[in-house]
Write a protein that binds this ligand. Structure first.
Ligand code: CA
Length: 227
């Protein structure tokens, strides 16, 4: 799970990043609001942790801006105890949860686990769009109209998961490469195309009317053609 931490207190940020990496989170870190917003807008994270008081742009402004741009990544806001109104402002700005500093590690990890599950849209552990359902436990995709299903490789699964979580938006090859492979280079963009084509074939195999459309020069989008 890919996590973005925006926190200007260096020591706190380093300790937190270290702890989260031990918990197997992949952590990127920004020390100010401007680079933080840039990173948020890359839209490659599963969870965002935002400190409120930051140089450049504060946490509320970042959250607001992100929501305005259609980024739906769960946001956990870190607020200082003295900033009592922060709780209300944080929820107003589009944050999903808040945690008051100083906090207990266990509490933070519990909140992150809860937010990580939020991308999954129902209690039975499935993600769905159009006529397809992704089974998060089985790594399979099922077409609800035909009843057919097929197993997915880890990468195919993550591609569909990412597309479903960002339905209605076009995801660029760069975002997909960063999100699924975690690196950035031209050679790797070919991987995105190769796996996109595998994933498309699987959707065609189960005769789903949901498909991955390439948007020329931009990226990919999930469509459901039910006519
Ligand atoms: Ca701060």
């Amino acid at each position: 799970m890919k996590l973005l931490l925006v926190e200007d207190e260096k020591r706190m940020a380093q300790a937190l990043a270290e702890l989260l990496r031990l918990e197997k989170y992949e952590v990127d870190y920004c020390a100010d609001g401007i680079s933080g917003l840039d990173a948020v807008e890359s839209n490659v994270y599963d969870i965002i942790i935002l400190d409120v008081m930051l140089p450049g742009k504060n946490g509320f402004e970042i959250a607001k801006e992100a929501r305005k741009r259609g980024i739906r990544t769960p946001i956990l806001m870190l607020t200082a105890k003295s900033e009592i109104d922060d709780k209300v402002a944080g929820l107003d700005s589009g944050a999903d949860d808040y945690l008051t500093k100083p906090f207990v590690t266990k509490e933070l990890l519990a909140r992150l686990r809860a937010l990580g599950r939020r991308n999954i849209n129902s209690a039975d552990g499935t993600l769905s769009f159009g006529d397809i359902i992704l089974d998060t436990g089985m790594s399979a995709v099922t077409c609800t109209a035909t009843g057919q299903n097929i197993r997915l490789s880890e990468k195919e699964y993550r591609i569909l998961e990412y597309l479903i979580a960002n339905q209605g938006q076009i995801l660029t090859r760069e975002q997909l490469a960063l999100k699924i492979w975690g690196f950035e280079s031209n050679a790797e963009y070919n991987n995105v195309e190769v796996y996109m084509s595998f994933t498309r074939k699987k959707l065609a195999f189960i005769e789903a009317k949901t498909s991955i459309k390439a948007v020329r020069g931009i990226g990919y989008e999930l469509r459901y053609d039910h006519v």
